[in-house]
Write a protein that binds this ligand. Structure first.
Ligand SMILES: NC(=O)c1ccc[n+]([C@@H]2O[C@H](COP(=O)([O-])OP(=O)(O)OC[C@H]3O[C@@H](n4cnc5c(N)ncnc54)[C@H](O)[C@@H]3O)[C@@H](O)[C@H]2O)c1
Length: 324
């Protein structure tokens, strides 16, 4: 079986690629190494993926139609059984100042990819699309998949919801089979540098103060290997000829950011000053996933060993920082 993974050198893409590689899939990974954060980290992940003989890398930009339509040539007409579309511009706060990047990389890139798959004769129309808990803002907790998506506080949120709607259009009009996974605050080894876990470990090591956006702020932190397993398990859903599912991938265990910090202090073996700042209005004070659907449909069972998961994350960052 052959899978195309977009954003394969990103944080989650790397783990999803590993999951498919170790299940004996041939993986075609695609990434353009954009500079939202240091491409050195993306290349570092690629180096690890390239150790697998069943990994093949394609350096393409999904925003460029020409790049996307060169995929068939790159793939040499290999049949692709499944596409996992993870490539996107992430980050809620950055999107407020740079909406154009989100419109291009989250909407236009997704449209280009779906248009191409629709015409390519070596692609099965089976898509797993990464979405986000950010679409739920304003909804009661815990967030359920059947919630009404009623408001947006960031271009990140509305562009990811637009990508869901593109997938829905291709499902209803062209019979694409689609599984949309709404991930909740993912953390783990080789974490994205703009995210709290990476920044907090860095600040603790460097004795810099940490600013927390509100004392009670809580996130449904979800471990990246749980996310990659759930993504892999979604493959079974494509047995259904008309599948269209939206499924939360969270841990159903909201944790205060200041409690997360206490565990991180223990792991590093030292503390740094914590400044409690204002709540931001572009993000919810709490996120919490209802994961009933994931448990039933994907056999999802998130690991709850926060200490061990954070320790592995810390070790991986030490490894990465040592090559900089
Ligand atoms: N990390 C989280 O907590 C989280 C939470 C919810 C949803 N998500 C979603 O999961 C997916 C992966 O997120 P991540 O945290 O791994 O981010 P990431 O930035 O680490 O990975 C995305 C990858 O896609 C690549 N990419 C972006 N635009 C591209 C384009 N036009 N062409 C080719 N490659 C492109 C980037 O270079 C990057 O390597 C995204 O769709 C994101 O919206 C992530």
């Amino acid at each position: 079986m052959n899978v195309l993974i977009t954003g394969s050198c990103g944080f989650i893409g790397y783990f999803v690629a590993l999951e498919f590689l170790t299940k004996s899939y041939t993986v075609f990974g695609l990434d353009n190494f954009n500079n939202y954060y240091t491409p050195i980290l993306k290349k570092f992940r690629l180096k690890k993926l390239n150790k697998f003989r069943n990994y093949n890398h394609l350096n393409l930009n999904l925003v460029s139609k020409r790049d996307v339509y060169s995929l068939s040539k790159f793939l040499n007409n290999v049949k692709i059984d499944l596409v996992v579309h993870l490539a996107a511009y992430p980050g809620v706060k950055y999107s407020l100042k740079h909406p154009d990047k989100y419109i291009k990389n989250n909407i236009i890139a997704t449209q280009n990819l779906f248009d191409f798959i629709n015409t390519a004769n070596n692609f099965e129309k089976n898509i797993i699309l990464a979405s986000t808990s950010s679409v739920y803002i304003g909804n009661p907790l815990p967030y359920r998949e059947d919630a009404c998506i009623r408001e947006f506080k960031s271009p990140y949120g509305y562009t990811k919801f637009a990508s869901e709607n593109i997938a829905k259009f291709f499902h209803s009009t062209y019979n694409f089979k689609v599984v949309i996974l709404r991930y909740f605050t993912v953390y783990g080894p080789y974490n994205r540098p703009d995210m709290a876990v990476y920044k907090f470990f860095q600040n603790i090591l460097k004795n810099r103060p940490i600013v927390v956006r509100g004392k009670e702020i809580k996130r449904d932190f979800t471990y990246v290997e749980d996310v990659s397993k759930a993504t892999y398990n979604s493959v079974d859903l494509f047995r259904n000829d008309r599948v269209f599912e939206i499924i939360n991938i969270g841990s159903d265990n909201p944790l205060k950011v200041i409690e997360l910090l206490e565990v991180m202090f223990k792991i590093v073996g030292k503390e740094t000053k914590v400044i409690i700042g204002q709540y931001a209005d572009f993000e919810p004070r709490e996120t919490w996933a209802d994961i009933t659907k994931a448990k039933t449909m994907l056999n999802f069972n998130p690991s709850c060993n926060l200490y061990e998961n954070l320790r592995k994350t810390f070790d991986s960052l030490i490894e990465f920082w040592s090559i900089l």
